[in-house]
Write a protein that binds this ligand. Structure first.
Ligand SMILES: [Zn+2]
Length: 359
């Protein structure tokens, strides 16, 4: 089929966007919705509320965003090769960290008139054109080793929980440090079960391969690997950089897919073509190419977007939602049919989120 030229497509899209103030146009007539499974927009490098998160996501047609509180922020530091723990929190520090930051996130959403995704109906509303923010945490550190805090976090709106991040945790082993739990701890295993039962999407990004295998054994709902990259073999904590440590093997990606789960690619703008990752800073098309490469290996039902906006630092292929929109446009020109583009851009995250939610 002959495609309209890029500029003509852009004009058409602009025209459609201009009259799409009402949420009622069918999918085929408007821009494909976009979901981002991992975003720190306005939290780390941009200037908080002035960063324009709400404005950017509305303008760019972002339907669902997992907006991720960084649970161990303040206890890590950057090194030339990655990120490491710099200090040990006192009892209560991590729980207070969460309370404070979560409250800030929620008040921002109120000011922006943005709704949170709490139930399946919210995910449907997002797909129909009314954006929803999924309150999420990168790290279950705030639980401080006990399941007691999970109910309170759920009541406050948490619906997506990444189990581990960069600091030592009673939950289980991380990709980036020497293992001490032989995978998930007993508490970590119970946490997976509790999230499944309560209706919180489990995110295994950053988890060591053994922990991932154990989660695959016990999970009762599909889970995700929200952000990272996929290579022939798993990263090892002894690898020379955070970039290498954070890779997921294709075999593990396939296991996640076999259980109905989804693997998200981060938008790290780094040229390591020899290792199998090649995206460049400020270059949405290069990120789209990586998405397409993973679709070829894993299938369109199991690949999604997990930009890690602001988490990937200065070298981001995608740092704004207009850039992410450009990446999705570029994906459409890479030989994927429109159904596949919609799955990768939006529907895969929506599907696993709905499967995890209990109402
Ligand atoms: Zn991360």
């Amino acid at each position: 089929m002959k495609r309209p030229s890029l500029s003509r497509r852009r004009l058409l899209q602009a025209a459609v966007a201009g009259i799409a103030g009402g949420p009622l146009l069918a999918f085929g007539q408007q821009r494909v919705p976009i979901a981002d499974m991992h975003s720190h927009y306005g939290m780390l490098t941009k200037k908080g509320i002035e960063a324009g998160f709400g404005e950017d996501l509305r303008k760019s047609g972002i339907a669902l965003v997992a907006w991720k509180l960084v649970a161990d922020l303040g206890f890590t530091r950057s090194t030339p090769s990655g990120i490491e723990q710099k200090s040990t929190p006192e009892a209560g520090d991590l729980a207070r960290n969460f309370e404070r930051r979560f409250a800030t996130m929620k008040s921002y959403l109120v000011q922006q008139n943005l709704k949170t995704a709490l139930a399946r109906a919210d995910v449907d509303a997002a797909g129909a054109g009314e954006p929803r923010v999924v309150l999420a945490a990168e790290g279950a550190d705030f639980l401080e080793g006990k399941l007691d805090g999970l109910e309170g976090a759920y009541a406050q709106g948490l619906r997506h929980l990444q189990l581990v991040h960069y600091i030592r945790t009673p939950v289980g082993d991380r990709q980036t440090d020497k293992p001490t739990h032989d995978g998930l701890s007993e508490m970590g295993k119970k946490l997976v079960e509790a999230c499944n039962e309560r209706g919180i999407l489990v995110d295994l990004a950053h988890a060591a391969p053994t922990a991932l295998d154990q989660a695959l054994e016990i999970a009762k709902a599909p889970f995700i690997w929200s952000h990272g990259w996929v290579a022939a073999d798993d990263g090892r904590w002894q690898d020379s950089s955070g970039f290498l440590q954070r890779r997921l093997s294709l075999a593990h990606a396939k296991k996640i897919a076999d259980r109905g789960g989804v693997v998200g690619l981060w938008a790290l703008g780094l040229n390591r073509a020899s290792a199998g990752w090649n995206a460049s800073p400020g270059n949405p098309a290069s990120y789209a190419r990586e998405l397409k490469n993973l679709v070829d290996k894993l299938g369109a039902d199991h690949v999604a977007i997990g930009t890690d906006i602001e988490g990937v630092g200065n070298s981001a292929a995608i740092d704004t939602y207009s850039q992410l929109r450009a990446a999705v446009e570029a994906l459409s020109g890479m030989g994927l049919d429109s159904a596949a583009v919609e799955k990768v851009a939006y529907a895969n995250y929506a599907r696993v989120l709905k499967a995890a939610l209990t109402s």
